[in-house]
Design a protein around this ligand. Sequence first.
Ligand code: FES
Length: 120
Amino acid sequence: MPRVTFLHPEGKSGEVPANLTLLEAAQELGFPLDHECGGNASCTTCRVEVQLGGENLSEIDFDEQDLLDREALTEPWHRLSCQARVMGDVIVHVPLKKWDARVPRDQRRAEALSSNDVPG
Ligand code: FES
């Protein structure tokens, strides 16, 4: 079985069945990788940066490439974990920026909701 490693302070590594997506592999390993659109190639919150083993991932299909292009994620190591399927060992880096932004974004939402309650 392929070994998948998610590089992150809370990252996980382990063997998973072949042909899972990276997102499914993360779930299998108990790593809470963001996936706001539910794995439908429309949000990029699941994006990762491939460090090693990119040749062991499925090829980028039209939907994945289209979204990566629209978000200017054009480097070859950018992949959407909900689309890339694991065929062999791979190491991916999970950008901290996305994870760091998760809490402040929630706080911003709360602030926006409360500010709507205040007239003026
Ligand atoms: S979960 Fe939204 S693009 Fe992958």
